[in-house]
Design a protein around this ligand. Structure first.
Ligand code: COA
Length: 331
């Protein structure tokens, strides 16, 4: 019997309707379109407004429904729903359990997975392991974040970067050797002082003080994060290529976390890849945290061909980062 690999067999995506442009941000903080585009590559991002829906679960459900409808699967066949997110609906109750119930995945168990901007990448490893072991047949991995819920729209160093969005990928067994081939995943907790959110967790529970001092919003030391992201994302992508004897001509697509166009360019450059092989939608959505990788797959699905070699790379808070090599499984 041939070895079982874990392939992505369907994808879906969703971004909310409201478009927050650079021009609009110019009226909110001291910034300008030219600065934002030249430093980040971002032109606009999507924001989930209460008139449309609430919570990360809303985005996750929409992305899952897109996948289910396109692939025409029965939600009752799904064994497991994992939500990769840094902004769950609430503490304690699993967002994934709610999403599973709403999409009709009655027979699935469900949980959330948190590794900041690397959540989806790490989730790919988790989802693939369940499939490779033969334990489950259909694992739905959703990357979803409502970043606007933790952004301070008076802080120009963060509010220009992040947006809301979600993407979903279905993992199933494959006997042709397609799907996840190799992974190199890393973490270094010394990085948590450079990117995170101080209050709201067990270390600093919510008080009047924490609210007054704006501790429930994301902060980052942009310059330091940038330096770590540039070198670490490029290092792991290069390592995955070397370990699998992949030359630049063997890589069909780089699927990079969409944090900053300059970080993406540096990674592609180290891999020796031409721009035409780099999937990018940061100009439209900004950094949607756990949503970036599956949203790329959903947006570029029609261009991906069976057998294509995809190299994923991500970097995020914690710090967490890594790279995955996957062979695309369908046309
Ligand atoms: C945030 C980021 C875009 C800032 O770009 P940068 O080139 O590093 O800019 P700096 O932070 O060095 O700031 C340069 C100047 O621009 C100013 N500036 C910061 N934000 C600005 C904004 N939105 N508009 C205009 N000016 C701004 C700074 O105050 C600074 O001014 P000064 O020189 O007078 O002190 C960049 O550091 C970055 O992308 N970092 C990584 C962030 C990231 O990816 N986070 C998520 C990881 S998953």
């Amino acid at each position: 019997m041939s070895k079982i690999t874990a392939a992505i067999t369907a994808v879906g995506g969703y971004v909310p309707n409201f478009v927050l442009t650079n021009k609009m941000l110019e009226g909110m903080v001291e910034t300008n379109d030219e600065w934002i585009v030249s430093r980040t590559g971002i032109k606009e991002r999507r924001i989930l407004k209460p008139e449309e829906g609430e919570g990360t679960s809303y985005l996750a459900i929409k992305a899952a429904e897109d996948l289910i409808q396109k692939r025409n699967i029965d939600p009752e066949e799904i064994d497991l729903v994992i939500i990769a997110t840094a902004t769950p609906d609430s503490m304690v109750a699993s967002t994934a359990a709610f999403v599973a119930a709403e999409i009709g995945a009655k027979n699935a168990f469900a949980y959330d997975l948190l590794a900041a901007c690397s959540s989806f990448l790490f989730g790919m490893s988790t989802a693939a392991s369940y499939i490779q072991s033969g334990r489950y047949k259909k694992v739905l991995l959703i990357g979803a974040d409502k970043m606007s819920s933790i952004i301070d729209y008076t802080d120009r160093t963060t509010c220009i970067i992040f947006g809301d969005g979600a993407g979903a990928a279905l993992f199933e067994p494959n006997e042709e050797g397609l799907g996840l081939q190799d992974e190199y995943l890393r973490a270094d907790g010394n990085g948590r002082k450079y990117l995170g959110m101080d209050a709201g967790g067990s270390l600093m529970p919510a008080t009047e003080e924490t609210v007054k001092n704006r501790k429930h919003f994301i902060y980052q030391d942009g310059r330091t994060v940038f330096k770590f992201a540039v070198s670490n994302m490029a290092d792991v992508a290069e390592k995955i290529m070397q370990r699998n004897n992949l030359k630049d001509t063997d890589v069909t697509w780089l699927v990079p976390h969409q944090a900053n166009k300059r970080i993406i360019d540096a990674t592609a450059n180290r891999m020796g890849l031409d721009n035409s092989k780099v999937l990018m939608n940061i100009h439209r959505y900004g950094n949607t945290t756990s949503g970036t990788l599956p949203l790329l797959l959903a947006d570029f699905e029609s261009q991906l061909k069976k057998g294509d070699n995809l190299v994923f790379a991500a970097f995020g808070g914690g710090f967490t980062w890594g790279s995955i090599y996957l062979k695309w499984a369908y046309n």
